[in-house]
Design a protein around this ligand. Structure first.
Ligand SMILES: CC(C)(COP(=O)(O)OP(=O)(O)OC[C@H]1O[C@@H](n2cnc3c(N)ncnc32)[C@H](O)[C@@H]1OP(=O)(O)O)[C@@H](O)C(=O)NCCC(=O)NCCS
Length: 197
């Protein structure tokens, strides 16, 4: 028999989830839309002056260093289902950043869709939306710069600075990032997010 939505919500609120419920009370209003209760580990900085759309199964880990999500007025940060973002990562959008389903972002990564300043007075500011596909693994300390699209199942190695598009299934490394190998599309790597609590 189908349960009443209120009964469902109250049963979600079992004592082990009280810390998450508290965080939802503190942070809930900072999300424009949420597909389900987020798993917020630690206390992130979320400055949302634009739109922040997040799917279900979102994990934001900040038990060592807090993560920061900064959305400027008019900008949109769209995060798919089952995305995990690890300690110390900073995502700053002045335009649009999209992160696909099942993508994992490691420690201390930086995603930035605008240089923020011109190189000289009167020059345009380099900026462009960032699109990250589904089941992408962005390893620790990687930087993704403006205008980049990363294909599904791609891997960005630790320390890479990605300035150009990355094809699906490519592993890129270095500064600027270059393809170091192609993954076998028949073996589709899946990132397993930690259990929500
Ligand atoms: C993505 C990663 C797993 C790639 O591993 P891999 O495909 O097995 O790569 P290999 O070790 O076979 O290296 C292939 C070549 O790329 C180079 N390379 C590998 N990783 C590199 C990196 N991060 N930056 C620059 N070059 C790198 C290797 O030196 C090697 O060069 P060579 O052929 O001249 O000897 C690895 O680079 C990485 O990022 N590991 C850290 C993951 C991490 O941050 N985990 C934390 C949790 S998110």
């Amino acid at each position: 028999m189908a349960r009443h939505p209120l009964v469902k919500s109250l049963s979600w609120l079992k004592p082990t989830r009280w810390p998450q419920a508290l965080k939802l009370a503190v942070y809930g209003w900072r999300f424009t839309t949420l597909g389900g209760p987020p798993n917020l580990i630690g206390w992130p900085d979320i400055g949302n002056d634009g739109e922040l759309h997040v799917g279900k199964g979102f994990t934001l880990i900040g038990n060592i260093h807090r993560c920061s999500l900064g959305i400027y007025p008019g900008a949109v940060l769209r995060i798919g289902d089952n995305v995990v973002i690890n300690n110390g990562t900073i995502i700053s959008t002045r335009l649009a950043i999209t992160i696909g389903d099942g993508t994992g972002i490691g420690y201390h990564c930086l995603l930035m869709d605008s240089d923020g300043h011109p190189l000289a007075p009167g020059e345009p500011i380099h900026e462009g939306p960032i699109t990250i596909g589904n089941h992408v693994w962005i390893a620790s300390k990687a930087t993704i710069l403006q205008g980049v699209t990363i294909g599904d199942f791609a891997v960005v190695a630790t320390g890479a600075v990605v300035t150009k598009d990355v094809p699906a299934y490519a592993v890129v490394a270095g500064v600027p990032a270059k393809v170091i190998r192609m993954l076998d599309p028949s073996i589709q790597w899946r990132f397993h997010p930690p259990e929500a609590f």
